[in-house]
Ligand binder design. Sequence first.
Ligand SMILES: *[C@@H]1O[C@H](CO)[C@@H](O)[C@H](O)[C@H]1NC(C)=O
Ligand SMILES: *[C@@H]1O[C@H](CO)[C@@H](O)[C@H](O)[C@H]1NC(C)=O
Length: 435
Amino acid sequence: MNPVKIHNNGSTKLLLLFIFAWITLDCFLVSAASIPSASTGPGRVVRTRHGNLRGLTLSGGAAQAQTTTTSPSGVYRKFVSGTTNKNVEAFLGIPYAAPPVGSLRFLPPASPGPWTGIRTANTLPPACPQQLPPLANRTASLETMPRARYYQLKRMQLMLANQSEDCLYLNVYAPSEGFVGGGSTSPASSPVMVLVHGESYSWGAGHLMDGAMLAAKSRMVVVTLNYRLGILGFLQTAASPTPGQVRGKSKSAIPTQGNYGLLDIVAALLWLKDNIGVFGGDSSRITLSGHGTGAALVNLLMISPIAAGLFQRVVLMSGSALSPWALNHQAGKLKAEVARQMDCIPFAGLDAAASPEQMSLADIGDCLRKKPLESLLAVRLPAAPRFSPNFAPFIDGAGIVAIDPLRAMQSASEDFPRIPLVAGVTSIESYRYTG
Ligand SMILES: *[C@@H]1O[C@H](CO)[C@@H](O)[C@H](O)[C@H]1NC(C)=O
Ligand SMILES: *[C@@H]1O[C@H](CO)[C@@H](O)[C@H](O)[C@H]1NC(C)=O
C-alpha cells in the first residue's frame, strides 16, 4: 500500500474542515441548490488532459446560498448564510469516465475519451438512472413515509428529472482568485474538497449540492460528482472469487463482479489527480467528504488499497463503513432475485431452475447488458430491513471491498492508512426517516 502523506499543522485545518463540514451538512439538509441564474457569464478556458473546457463565471452575489427554506411541515432549522463578493469559476458536467452504456454497462469505468475544440461546461449533467418512490399522490405517500422525507424527495425530484445512463460527470467550482486558467497550474494552489452525495446508494446526483458558495467562502476548489446508483452501481453481477482464484493474479486478471459505483468514485479521483491543478486545486491536498451513505462510501475508499494515495483527508457526516446499513451482506441472494425477474437464469434446463449453488457462481452481467434500462429499473425487490437500502456495497473478496471493514479496522497493522479524519453525527440521526 502506498504510504499516505500526512500534513502537519493539522489542528487548525481540521477545525476549519469541521466547520466546513457543518456548512456542507446544512446545505444538504436545507435545500437542493440551483444554478444561480443572475450574474453568470462565460468563464475562462482550461486545458485538461482530455481537452479544453469553458465554464461559467459566477460573480459575487450569484454564489450566494439560499438563505432559508421553511418546509411546509416546519421541521427545518433556519440556516442563514452570509453573502460573499468572491467570484467562482464553475465547470459543470465534465466527463471523468467513458459513458458506462451498452457493452460497458456493469463493468468498471473506462477512461474518458479526448475531445477536440473547446467543450462547453456550463450545463448540469444528467443524473444517473434512478427511481424515486411514487410521490404524485401526497396522501398515499404520507402513509409510507414521514412528511419531512416526503418534502425532501419532492424537492430532489425536480433536480433529478434529467437522467441518463451516460452520467459519469463531475462539477468543479473554483475560486476565481488564484485561478489561472489555460494549461498552467496556479502557483498558490488551493485545497480541494470532494463531496460524495448520499441517499441510500440509489438516489441523488452530485449537482444537488451547489459547490459555489462553499468555494467562494472557503477558497477551496469544490468538486461534486455522480456515480452509478442502485442496480447499475451496486448489484453483484458475478461470484466473488475464491482465495485460490485470486492468489498470484494481478488485479486486472480477476473478473469483475460489482461495486461499480465505488469504482466510479475512484475513477473521478484519478481524474482529479491528473487535472485539478489547472483549476487551481492542489492534487496533494484532497479531502473526500460524504454524507449518510456517501460517508460509508468514503470510509470504504479510505480503507481500500485500490484508492490509496488518491486523497489525503476524510470527512464523514452521519455515516461510516461500520454503520449497520452500510453494506449488503446478502448480495448473492439479491443477484438471484434480479436474475429471476430479468430472466437471466444460468444453466437452467428446459424446466429446471438453477440451484442456489449454480446461481451463486453465475455471471449474469452479459445477460443484463442486453436488457432495456426500463426493465432493470422496474425490478421489484422484497422490502429490506428498516433503514437498509436494497442495493449497497458488498464484500467482494478481491476487489474494492476486499474484506469486511470491521475486520480490516480491527486487524489494522502498520500499513493501515493514516489519514486525518473528521466525523460528525447529530442527535437526531434518521429523524427524517422515521414516522
Ligand atoms: C439533459 O442533460 C443533457 C446533457 O447535459 C442536456 O444536453 C439536455 O439539454 C438536458 N435536458 C434537459 C431537459 O434539461
Ligand atoms: C390517493 O391516495 C389515497 C390513499 O391511498 C386514496 O384514497 C386516493 O383515492 C388517492 N387519490 C388519487 C387521486 O388517486
